[in-house]
Ligand binder design. Structure first.
Ligand SMILES: O=C(O)CCC(=O)C(=O)O
Ligand SMILES: [Fe+2]
Length: 672
């Protein structure tokens, strides 16, 4: 009955759904208030008739809006001349600091256009919410949303009609007609008492609502993940626990909990039971207790608050004050029941312990380029084994946003991004990483390619082995080192080539084969240059379609893993250095060698990596102008086939490496 509902014809539809361009919502993390003006996505979901998503986003926005108002209320400075002393810095600063503490992202991110604010004041989102719930066949929730809207908009004829329809519907209970915005009596009482300086009553009400919030959160936890391990036990931090909650199950737990908290937040008679609610209450409580003269409990609330925001300066300051007031001997501890909550909220202790655990147990895998993700997974309760199993699936999945709540220190290879994974490249074992090299590193390596043209090995600027329309210059690592020793190229550049190859090796190893060693098989710096005057009507490729470790037979749809193919190569990588040329894209095909499944445009710092077998036939489009340079890398699991600078360069003078060797010491390059 609601297709013609007011929700679809409301004049403010455009503003609520943000059909006009609007600033994107800020990045958010769990446990933090989402700016309530997150309607761009709501609008998209709504218009796409993705009711579940629309309902979720609307609820989240409503919840954030409520949180914002609560924060404003709680942060309103005390009236001048009242019983309270004026806080330091004056009321304006106090309010700003208080809001800053409560609202994350920053208060400015919560600013919404006046049209959207008006819509929220008029409870417009409930109108959309009722449609979404109705479509989702969640009648009870649809009715309460409709009722909530109607309470604030009794003149709304369309809604009046809708409400009547709901009333006549079988399966709709009369207690479904709830006002979801009605403030529970004890919250109201708490606020009133607070305002009236009746701190003791305020304390009682606030304690009651805190208990209520905790039990609501507890309910979600129990509902979603079963009983907790004994909170007091140090074992909690042991890997065993994470084993127990690891894997896909944990993803489900996280999803379930989010959903549950959301539902509770919009239940009638309940304050929003998010975790942010707890520290806000503790802040109010510590103030109320101290005003009521109970410094011990005030200090306990302050200590509990610090579990959530351990670096909050005003609270640390107060804590100091309480210590002085109570005397040195008095033990001030946080509330026992809040310890896990605090941990949960911040995850800081857990995070640290897990990182220590990871450092200790993960060894080299930990030091890999995607260790960001590994640590995040660890923080989310994943074990080493599970990390391995779920590694690739999990990276792109919901876990990333869910877990991205920790700030972690600088990591090796920080800043590298996975731009495309196998799925996005329509294949298996394919990936594109970006930012593996900086612009200046690309420049330095390009300088080396000049030497390749003059004195490089292999092709020495001869015609390409693949096409007469391009020149091909190659420089092996070995040759680069020799040239550096002779002073023909800068030593620093040669070393950079070694380092870049090692970095790529680590990246590829940890992405595709964590825990299993990958050795260099062959490495060279290659440039392909279009030969002027030979590009007209060109139909050939710069590099014909092939697989790297077998002989491709497109007709037979086979790939023969036998010599002369380099059958021991397991993974291939190409680290690109530039993009100032025409053509030259790398592409992947099916086994038929003609059906293109993915393309990669080279650019500085981009590393494409893939398994070297028949699952990855690939080729390079003709380079029709300019010069295309890359480091081509092949890796093998077989130690026997490991490329050794030493083995093949007997004449290398090892003294060159002295002192210079440090950055390469742990690399897989084998020096004398
Ligand atoms: O340079 C490229 O993009 C790919 C080269 C390649 O496939 C090869 O050398 O085997
Ligand atoms: Fe290749």
């Amino acid at each position: 009955p609601f297709c013609s509902s007011s929700a679809f014809s409301s004049p403010s539809l455009a503003s609520l759904l943000c059909l006009s361009p609007r600033r994107r919502p800020g990045r958010t993390s769990p446990g933090r208030l989402v700016p309530f003006d997150c309607c761009t996505r709501t609008g998209a979901a709504y218009l796409a008739r993705d009711w579940a998503r629309a309902a979720e986003l609307l609820q989240r926005a409503l919840h954030s809006y409520a949180g914002l108002r609560a924060a404003r209320r709680a942060c309103a400075p005390p009236a001048p001349g009242g019983a309270l002393p004026f806080p330091r810095g004056g009321p304006g600063r106090w309010e700003a600091a208080c809001l800053g503490r409560r609202l994350r992202p920053a208060p400015s991110a919560h600013r919404a256009s006046s049209a959207v604010r008006r819509d929220f004041e008029r409870r417009e989102p409930y109108n959309y919410l009722q449609v979404a719930f109705f479509k989702l066949k969640k009648l009870d929730q649809a009715v309460s949303a409709a009722h909530t809207f109607f309470v604030a908009n009794p003149q709304h004829l369309q809604m009046r009609e809708d409400i009547e329809k709901y009333r006549r519907m079988s399966g709709v209970k009369s207690d479904s007609f709830r006002d979801l915005e009605a403030t529970p009596h004890w919250v109201r009482a708490g606020v009133q008492h607070y305002d009236a300086d009746e701190y003791l009553q305020a304390v009682a009400s606030l304690e009651e609502s805190l208990t209520e919030a905790l039990s609501a959160l507890e309910e979600c936890r129990a509902l979603c993940e079963g009983p907790w391990e004994d909170e007091d036990e140090e074992e909690q931090m042991q890997p065993g626990l994470y084993e127990a909650i690891a894997g896909t199950h944990y993803i489900q737990v996280l999803k379930c909990r989010q959903q549950c908290v959301l539902e509770i937040a919009t239940k009638p008679g309940r304050i929003s039971a998010t975790e942010d609610f707890i520290p806000s209450h503790l802040d109010l409580l510590q103030f109320a207790y101290s005003q009521a003269g109970n410094q011990t409990l005030a200090a306990e609330c302050a200590a509990s608050y610090l579990l959530f925001y351990p670096t909050d300066e005003p609270m640390l300051e107060k804590m100091k004050q309480y210590h002085t007031e109570l005397g040195e001997g008095a033990a001030v501890t946080a509330r026992q029941v809040l310890i896990t909550r605090g941990l949960y909220f911040l995850r800081s202790l857990m995070e640290k312990k897990l990182i220590y655990y990871a450092v200790e147990h993960l060894g080299e895998t930990f030091n890999d380029p995607v260790s960001n993700s590994i640590i995040l997974l660890f923080c989310c309760g994943f074990t080493k084994t599970v990390v391995r199993i779920h590694f690739r699936i999990v990276l792109q999945s919901l876990l990333m946003p869910v877990c991205a709540c920790f700030s972690i220190g600088p990591l090796p290879f920080e800043g590298i991004a996975v731009t495309m994974d196998s799925q996005q490249m329509n294949g298996t074992q394919r990936v594109v990483f970006d930012r593996v090299l900086t612009e200046s590193e690309c420049k330095d390596l390009l300088r080396l390619t000049k030497a390749a043209g003059e004195a490089g090995d292999g092709y020495r600027a001869r015609r390409s082995p693949h096409t007469p329309h391009e020149r091909f210059e190659g420089l092996t690592v070995l040759k680069a080192v020799q040239l550096a020793q002779n002073g023909d190229v800068e030593w620093r550049d040669a070393k950079l080539l070694l380092q870049a190859s090692e970095k790529s090796r680590k990246i590829i190893e940890s992405y595709f084969a964590p825990g299993k060693k990958l050795h260099f098989s062959f490495t060279h710096l290659v440039c392909r240059t279009a030969v002027d005057g030979e590009q007209e009507g060109r139909m050939d490729l710069s590099h014909p379609v092939h697989a790297d470790n077998c002989l491709l037979d497109p007709e037979g749809q086979e790939c023969w893993k036998e010599p002369p193919a380099y059958v021991y190569r397991d993974y291939s990588g190409i680290l690109y250095l530039n993009d100032d040329f025409q053509g030259g894209g790398l592409f992947f095909t099916e086994m038929d060698s003609v059906t293109v499944t993915a393309e990669v445009r080279p650019k500085c710092g981009r590393l494409v990596a893939f398994s070297s077998g028949k699952e990855n036939p690939h080729g390079v489009w003709a380079v029709s102008r300019g010069r295309r340079c890359a480091v081509a890398l092949w890796y093998t699991h077989s130690q026997e086939h490991a490329e050794q600078v030493k083995g093949r360069a007997g004449e290398i003078n090892t003294s060159t490496f002295k002192g210079d060797q440090i950055p390469l010491r742990n690399s897989f390059w084998v020096f004398p």
